[in-house]
Ligand binder design. Sequence first.
Ligand code: THG
Length: 377
Amino acid sequence: MNLQNKLLSVTKRQRATPYSRRVEAAGVKAYSVYNHMLLPALYRTVEEDYWHLCEHVQVWDVAAERQVEVVGPDAAKLVQLMTPRDLSKTALLQGKYAPICDAQGHILNDPIVIKLAEDRWWISLADSDIKFFAKGLAQGYGMDVNVFEPDVSPLAVQGPKAEELCARVFGEEVRSIKFFHGKMLSWNGEEIYVARSGWSHQGGFEIYLHKGELGEALWDELFEKGEDLDVGPGSPHGTERLEACLLSYGSDMNEHETPFECGLDSYLNLDAQVDSLSLPALRELAGKQTKKLMGVLFDEPVDVSDNFNIQGGYDLIVDGVVVGEARSQTWSFRYKKYMMYAMFDLSYIRANDVITVNGQDGSIHPLSLFKAALEGH
Ligand code: THG
């Protein structure tokens, strides 16, 4: 069973964004749904969108990366409670990639957490309903905070010419913004949070527009000022992000898995003296995982869709035994390899560094070495 590329019927529950009219006019061909909101997925072909992102500059409607705003005297305390990453040294206007975990150490989301003020934070979500988790914790712990989804709709500008385009729209100051830091920049009479971040490795910025009614004006200005830069519409790209080793919550990892299993160990601070719901469990779990997310490389595309399992993954079967589950997979135009992330039983990868799928051998690599493996092939 292959459920990809089916038409989905769109209702009001799949919310439109402040940019949707422009996205439609730009010829969007497919959407995904993310945080109950439309997320554009394709404009021309998968390959044309890929090379355009790598060579020019794209504007992405990523409004679906919704913010949970936490504001009040206990804001920092609540945000820290949700993540095992130490946030105590976060600078003002800095963002940190910080997994959110429950008391069992399972991943509930992998957002970017942004400190706007000591008592005001944004959690820039991947696809799961963290607002309710945050509200529940605030209630249960009797915290003095307000938790809500603000009218904030990120627009990403990604690609090698992104800095030039953003400098034309927001001024030269954008050039001095460091990776995962941001500044409040004025545009159209508003102070807007602009950060050097984005879900690609082509470089770029994210504009956290906080007034939906200005969405079309912002989109239009980026396209007008970027005409000679060959600016185009784009979206988070399945191929580019696998090459960049960026993980997607819900596709590559889920609420039954820990940061250790998903290769997110480096975003945990097990020794931190902070109050975090998941740290006690994660300290216990360290070194005890029985599965691991790995990257697999094949010379040709492989089709595992016959092995669809009821959880929505695709079983990897060796000699009649399930040894892993395929997650995201795609053809790399640049490296001419078929790339696959898969959650493997540790016992299998301890004994094997290849797997044969549909008669084709794939080499298995830790995610930390996946990019090097791609380039080396
Ligand atoms: N931007 C914003 N919100 C988001 C995303 C984003 N929410 C959903 C999703 N993306 C969150 N997940 C990630 C995953 C990886 C990264 C960013 C968001 C990322 N990681 C860097 C890397 O792997 O190279 C390193 C991060 C670090 O070292 O701290 O960029 O894209 N607003």
